[in-house]
Design a protein. Structure first.
Ligand SMILES: O=C(O)C1=C[C@@H](OP(=O)(O)O)[C@@H](O)[C@H](O)C1
Ligand SMILES: C=C(OP(=O)(O)O)C(=O)O
Length: 441
């Protein structure tokens, strides 16, 4: 049994829910947790990261930082980190699990060592995601890198001095974020030139925000194509508070919007750099009754929803949750500019199309868009593949709550990558799930 009280691996059977009603507190942000933990480890001295996420990705970061020599202690809901500053241990093999951002951020910092190897026990997911753009930038800075065709397993060896370097931001923002954590600790700093059509601006701003929270100077052009980080700086140890998680909450909000009832979801601060905050506006634009009272979002569910067309790049980790709302809405929704969804835990364009078609929906895709025609009545009664992807599992769960007959989702334990209490939270609102033995790894 894990902390959520569920078996180690499981499928989930999602029963239709007559209504969802209750009060929840949004879980801690995954993307701020990973950033704050890393920044704390890069500081000399002790930091307290208050209210850390308990997801597998947070666990992966804590494990890797410990392996690199940081002191890691969980005290209540906080992480107390004794940093290694600019000196992570050399000759260590890190395993970031299936956590893309964690892997990339650590790869950047690995250039401070005289050798770090990276492996993953998710060869079919993280093992297939591209790392070449970051490896190239690191190697142009003078690092020695080895990889399997730009993918895991790989190794990185410094030292590097810094200077001007180009990095592509077309496939992921995480490569540039990785270099932003490295830059301040290099003697010459980094003048980053982000090339290509820059994707995922919001996480880049979260990285800048994290550097500032740890006393590190950095400046960026408005369009983020130039990021300047003076060298010879230190991360300043301190105390930071992790805000609530918008990407995971988007799935809860989509569920609440598509069923009758009322949800009050707290701990979602209004002024926040997480791009998935926009999910609230998208749901409103679709017709949801969604209001805000300070840090609490209130949804009165069951109103008819209608289709929208939106550029999804600004809220990349909420696109699948919003696709569930679109599948239950009147009309045809298109998410544009979402090519990077193909490079996540699964191919979130083609794999989503396949799963939705198996549920009887009409879906089309282009290289960088996904189009879904909603249905007022979803039959359900099928088994859907979770594709080992937490956000696919969220999408299918939201649909299952509205279907006529239960939907079984395979490998549903992968929800723990970002939202271990997802099913428990929905149960507290009145949803009903069964957790049979997993039929997918
Ligand atoms: O920096 C981060 O923490 C993240 C950046 C985004 O990735 P891309 O930049 O690859 O879109 C996002 O999808 C991921 O979940 C977390
Ligand atoms: C894609 C995601 O995470 P990562 O890139 O960190 O694996 C996600 O959380 O949806």
């Amino acid at each position: 049994m894990s902390a959520d009280g569920l078996p180690e691996t499981f499928d989930v059977i999602v029963h239709p829910a007559a209504e969802l009603r209750g009060v929840l507190r949004a879980q801690p942000s995954k993307n701020y947790t990973t950033r704050y933990l890393l920044a704390a480890a890069l500081a000399d001295g002790e930091s307290r990261v208050v209210g850390v996420a308990t997801s597998e990705d947070a666990g992966a970061m804590l494990r890797c930082l410990g392996d690199w020599g940081a002191g890691v202690e969980l005290v209540g809901g906080d992480a107390v980190i004794r940093g290694f500053g600019s000196g992570p241990r050399a000759g260590v093999t890190l395993n970031p699990g299936n956590a893309g951002a964690v892997a990339r951020f650590l790869m950047g910092v690995a250039a401070l060592t005289t050798g770090t190897a990276f492996v993953t026990d998710y060869p079919d997911s993280l093992g297939r995601r591209p790392q070449g753009d970051l490896l190239e930038a690191l190697s142009r800075l003078g690092a020695r890198v080895q990889s399997r065709d730009g993918m895991f397993p790989l190794s990185i060896s410094g030292p590097v001095r810094g200077g001007v370097v180009e990095v592509s931001a077309e496939r992921s923002s995480q490569y540039a974020s990785a270099l932003m954590f490295l830059g301040p600790l290099l003697p010459d700093g980094l003048e980053l030139r982000l090339t290509g059509d820059i994707k995922s601006h919001a996480p880049l701003r979260q990285t800048l925000d994290t550097l500032a929270a740890f006393g590190v100077q950095a400046s960026a052009s408005d369009d983020l194509s130039r990021i300047s980080i003076p060298g010879g700086q230190a991360f300043r140890a301190g105390r930071v508070l992790v805000p609530g998680d918008y990407p995971g909450s988007a799935a809860i909000l989509a569920a609440a919007a598509t069923r009758p009832g009322e949800l009050r979801l707290s701990n979602l601060r209004e002024h926040d750099l997480q791009g998935e905050r926009e999910a609230l506006n998208v749901l409103r634009e679709m017709g949801a009754d969604l209001t805000r009272e300070g840090d609490t979002v209130v949804v009165r569910g069951g109103r008819p929803l209608h289709a929208v067309t939106r550029d999804g790049d600004g809220f990349t980790d909420a696109v699948q949750a919003l696709t569930a709302a679109a599948a239950l809405a009147d009309g045809t929704t298109t998410w544009e500019n979402v090519y990077t969804l193909r490079l996540k835990e699964c191919d979130r364009i083609s794999d989503t199309r396949r799963e939705l078609e198996a549920l009887g929906l009409t879906v089309t895709e282009t290289q960088d868009s996904l189009t879904v025609t909603g249905t007022p009545s979803l039959a359900g009664g099928v088994t859907a593949d979770g594709h080992g992807d937490h956000r696919m599992i969220m999408l299918l769960t939201v649909l299952g709550l509205s279907a006529q007959a239960p939907i079984r989702i395979t490998g549903a334990h992968h929800i723990r990558k970002s939202y271990p209490m997802f099913f428990r939270h929905l149960e507290s609102l009145g949803a009903r799930f069964e957790y049979p033995e997993a039929t997918r790894a």
